[in-house]
Write a protein that binds this ligand. Sequence first.
Ligand code: DQA
Length: 155
Amino acid sequence: MNILVLHGPNLHLLGKRQPEIYGHQTLNDINTALDQFVASSSFDVTLKILQSNHEGELVSIIGEHIDWADGILINPAAYTHTSVAIRDALSTVGLPVIEIHLSNIYAREEFRHHSYVSGVAAGVISGFGAYSYILALEAMIHILGPKLTNHKDIV
Ligand code: DQA
């Protein structure tokens, strides 16, 4: 199964960016943890991991993967709260989407409580720091596993 992992704006600065909110792990640490999870999975998973600070670029990337990806994990970062375009791109490709946040957006400022993406997501994982990404990957494998036949072993 092919899973596209998208990191939105400012996430390239994780580790330095407000560590009291987002933790000390860098984006590279998170990506390495995802790769390690995949390596230990009994499913045949291929990840493609990309980061962009630009809304239009994220929209283009989502569209370009319509035929490649079986599912999308996305932390839209600040665009969560503003972007109809990213929501529309996700609905357009029609793939299962899991929305990820490091912080618990519902325990923060009110403007973070609304997400344009949640309405087109299979689910949302928010508040577990870097581990949110692993939980989301596990959830995506849970969604896709039974639909696809190329897993190495049935567990
Ligand atoms: C975030 C939460 C957003 O509100 C914020 O704009 C981010 C990161 C998170 O992962 O907790 O950039 O998506």
